[in-house]
Design a protein. Structure first.
Length: 150
């Protein structure tokens, strides 16, 4: 997993429209790079909508929000449109970013084990260094913006 003090590559990935997303696209901004398991699921929708509802406050505090999941571009487009999300969502179907950041791993639900994305947020400084990690046990989907601002 990326840890506090680790350097992050400038190029993060591509969004739902195929646009390359880079840290350098947001000069002077801290990046709240949040990894979530799946579009249109209860927890992920609550998290995205909380970030949407508090987006201006996050921008005013110097943050740019960028979401990442392994969902397809088509899935992201529907998710963005359905919930009017104002921030980019990176599509990572080949698991490059989730593995690079160490958030792809074994999960358990209803007695079944499977591989998936562990909900984690990385706060990245304007110079590309991880400043803070909000771990899967710490992320609260319904108040996530306040956790980032905290």
């Amino acid at each position: 997993m990326k840890n506090v003090g680790d350097k992050v590559d400038d190029i993060l990935g591509v969004d739902a429209d195929g646009k390359e997303i880079k840290l350098s696209d947001y000069p002077g901004k801290k990046i709240a790079l949040y990894f979530y398991p799946k579009d249109n699921t209860a927890g992920c929708t609550a998290q995205a909508c909380n970030l949407r509802d508090n987006y201006q406050e996050l921008l005013d505090a110097g943050y740019q929000v960028i979401g990442v999941s392994v969902d397809s571009a088509a899935s992201h487009k529907k998710f963005i449109a359905k919930y009017d999300l104002p921030f980019p969502l990176i599509t990572d179907p080949d698991h490059k970013l989730v593995e690079e950041f160490g958030v792809w791993g074994l999960k358990k639900m209803c007695g079944k084990e499977y591989m998936g994305t562990n909900r984690t947020t990385f706060i990245i400084s304007p110079d590309g260094i991880v400043e803070r990690v909000i771990t899967p046990k710490e992320v609260k989907t319904k108040i996530h913006a306040s956790q980032i601002l905290g």
